[in-house]
Design a protein around this ligand. Sequence first.
Ligand SMILES: [Zn+2]
Length: 443
Amino acid sequence: MTGVPYIMFPLASHDKHCIKEAQITDKDRETEAVRRIGSANFGNERVILAGIMNSGIRPDRPGGCAGGRLRENGNGVTDMNERYCFKCGTELVEKELKNEGRIPWCPSCEEYRFLMFNTAVSMIVINEETRKILLIKQYGRDAYILVAGYVNRTEDLETAVRREIREETGMQVSSLRFNRSSYFAPSNTLMVNFTAWVKDDREFNPNEEIDSSEWFTFEEARKNIKPESLAARFLNAFLDEQEETKTLAYYETNADRFVQTTQNVGFSEIRDRFLSCLKQGDHILEFGCGSGRDAKAFLEAGYRVTAIDGSKQMCEIASSYIGQKVRCMRFEELDEKECYEGIFACASILHARKKDLPELMRKMCDALKPGGVMYVSFRYGDFEGTREGRYFSDFTEESFRELIGKIAELSEEELWISQDVRKEKEGTLWLNAILRKKPSGYE
Ligand SMILES: [Zn+2]
């Protein structure tokens, strides 16, 4: 490779002839940084063609290649710049593009050359029959990841999802859904994550790209996916949503029964404890109001109330019960600044995941006025997970204090344990807390 000042890795499909002309030598193959290499005439210059290992660039896939030029420094390739036009090889200059800033411009083509990147799809493959998720091992590495593959030029993402799964596993996708996307810098790739359902695993026949594979339950998949990987971030976000959806579905389905068992339960003792920290007319946010039991009591006692709940069904029931509109909103959507003297979150944020609670409580704290108070309650214990169809994060005094220790502006006003007031839940213990937001500096 020495003596050639520049190498240019192969361009897209219209430059296939360059790849064909390329003479690949064994010596070149040994060069670690370079995946496939050859030389070709490009413009009036002789260049080397190369794909760079671990860059995600696929010289064998049109559209999997980026146009550009690489500078070689003797130790392998270190510097990748799109400094030359991918069509004609002319050196690019920067030119102002309205609202976009300075963009590379080819003076001979007279066209802008936006920076190029690869696009890949990543799939959470679910077997509809068994509700299991497929994880695979690849490239000789001993870690489970998601099925993934590069998107070909001219291909839409949905087609790429179906094709990749067909190619790699032999299975037909019956339906798919976009989840989220994330740019992955090490391979200059925009990764787009989908859930892809297959009817069953009868056609399952992994190709040679897959070293090994396994179908996991949702819980097992979470434990087995390569930690800290992008695949894990995609999978965990999906699984979190599944649990949240399940919890909300519980309230949608059981709304009437839930109302019956909670609406007329005597809960005044805890409400009074909370109200003793407020004064009449104060504005209370009821965060997860359920049947509307407490919101109604607050309104009747002369407080202003804003009530929200995550379940549409509960919102409808509570709205008519309290005689004012209850907003349907998920906890994490809370985005208010110093609006309330009090927040009442009775048995509501106990459905959030422990890892999400510091952020959520910080948002609640932001919504409080300085010196304001919030009431929160959790089931007592150390459990976290799905129980009776809903997700629960339980706390003890110790683990709860650790949690609020993460939110500098909150201090503990009161912390106590109580018995469940519902007859059928007798013996269930609750951890209750009243927390105060620090008053602002000069008050
Ligand atoms: Zn050009």
